[in-house]
Design a protein around this ligand. Sequence first.
Ligand code: AMP
Length: 172
Amino acid sequence: MEYIKSRIRDVVDFPTKGIVFKDLTTVFKDPRALHIIGWDLSQLYRDKGVTKVVGIESRGFIGGSILAYEIGAGFVPARKPGKLPADTIRQEYDKEYGKDVIEIHRDAITPDDIVVLHDDVLATGGTMAAAYKLVKSLNPKKIYVNFIIELSALNGRAALPDDAEVTSLISY
Ligand code: AMP
């Protein structure tokens, strides 16, 4: 884990002043770090019967795909509005300024699925809370929630349902 931590790049004042952005491109471009991420994520979910990993656009697509591949699950993208081509369901949520929307294909998850929802970073939790609601509305057997990094000072877990089982590889 120390190796992954050493590869994370802190970018000050991105995308706006006052934010310290946890840049994972420097992790993903490093073959050893990418391998460790895949291994560590998969160890968390290997024996849980997971059938689908839902990755949140766009940074959640990377770790989500790797995790899905490693544990033999399918991958499902949760995307910004208007990007998915077929029939979608949507969930609106509040951002710091205004609202945002996340969408998923209506047939992406079935009641037989056991799902891991994945994003790279947990900040305020608003994005993941919306994704959780969206997936929940499709009635899978179980939903797990996972991040590579959790910014614990922002208390994003409080935005998620009490019964959500949340894991993160690294906590700041
Ligand atoms: P949240 O506030 O939890 O809804 O986060 C919104 C999205 O922005 C998530 O998908 C994160 O990937 C990203 N994000 C928020 N804050 C940061 C940060 N400090 N560093 C990197 N990504 C962030």
